[in-house]
Design a protein around this ligand. Structure first.
Ligand code: B4P
Length: 194
C-alpha cells in the first residue's frame, strides 16, 4: 500500500490534482472537504455543525473529521493506497492518522506540498466562487480567514511530517498538466524506493 497526503493552502490545487492522480495511480481519494459537503447537502447533524465553521473559514473540530476518516478507512479495506486531500489539517489530525494507518500496518509514503502565492490563491478561489455555489468561496474576507487558519494551524502538518523526512514541496503555479507531471514524477520516485 502506498499512501499519499496532498498538502497545501486552500486553492492550491489539491482537489484538481487529486482527480488526475487517483485515476493514474489507482488510489482511493479521501477528501474531508468533499465528505463534509456531502454531510451538509444531506442536512445531517454532523453537516449542520460543520457548516457553521466552514461558512466562517474556520476548521471543523478535529474529532469530527478524524471520525469521518476512520469510518472511510474501515469502509475501504482492499485498496492499493489512499490519497488524502485536505486531511490532515492540524498536528492532532496527523497524529490520529498515523495511529489509524498503523492499525492497518501501513503508513504515509509521501506528503506532496503544493506551494502557491497568497494573491494567486485568492484569485483562484474568487474565480471558483463565481460558479461553484460554495459559500466559503464567494467572499474575500472568508477566503483570507481560511488562508490565515492554514498558517495558524495547518502549516504545522508539514513540520510534523518533515520530522520523518516525508515532505516534498512542488511548485503549484503553472498549468494543471505541468503540476501533474511534477507530482507524478515524485510519486514514481518515492513508490519505487518504498
Ligand atoms: P477543502 O474542500 O479541502 O477545499 P479547499 O482547500 O478550498 O480547496 P482545494 O485546495 O481542494 O481546491 P483547488 O485548489 O483544487 O476545504 C473546505 C473547508 O472544509 C475548509 O475551509 C474547512 O472549513 C473544512 N475542512 C476540510 N477538511 C478539513 C479538515 N481536515 N479539518 C478541519 N476542517 C476541514 O481548487 C481551487 C481553484 O483553483 C479551482 O477553481 C481550480 O480550478 C483552480 N486551479 C487549480 N489548479 C490551478 C492551476 N494550476 N492554475 C489555475 N487555477 C487552478
Amino acid at each position: 500500500m502506498f499512501n499519499i497526503i496532498l498538502f497545501g493552502p486552500p486553492g492550491s490545487g489539491k482537489g484538481t490534482q487529486s482527480e488526475k492522480l487517483i485515476s493514474k495511480f489507482g488510489l482511493k481519494h479521501l477528501s474531508t472537504g468533499d465528505l463534509l459537503r456531502t454531510e451538509i447537502a444531506a442536512q445531517t447533524p454532523l453537516g449542520l455543525e460543520a457548516k457553521s465553521f466552514m461558512d466562517k473559514g474556520q476548521l471543523v473540530p478535529d474529532e469530527v473529521v478524524i471520525g469521518m476518516i476512520s469510518s472511510a478507512l474501515d469502509a475501504n479495506p482492499h485498496v492499493g493506497g489512499f490519497l488524502f486531500d485536505g486531511f490532515p489539517r492540524t498536528e492532532n489530525q496527523s497524529i490520529a492518522l498515523d495511529k489509524l494507518l498503523n492499525l492497518k500496518q501501513t503508513e504515509i509514503g509521501v506528503v506532496l506540498a503544493l506551494s502557491v502565492s497568497e494573491e494567486e490563491l485568492v484569485n483562484r478561489l474568487l474565480n471558483r466562487g463565481l460558479t461553484s455555489g460554495r459559500t466559503d468561496d464567494n467572499n474575500e474576507e472568508v477566503i483570507r480567514a481560511r488562508i490565515a487558519e492554514y498558517h495558524r494551524k495547518t502549516s504545522a502538518v508539514a513540520d510534523y511530517y518533515t520530522r520523518f523526512n516525508k515532505v516534498v514541496t512542488i511548485p503549484g503555479e503553472g498549468t494543471v498538466d505541468e503540476i501533474f507531471e511534477s507530482l507524478s514524477a515524485e510519486i514514481d520516485r518515492r513508490s519505487v524506493a518504498a
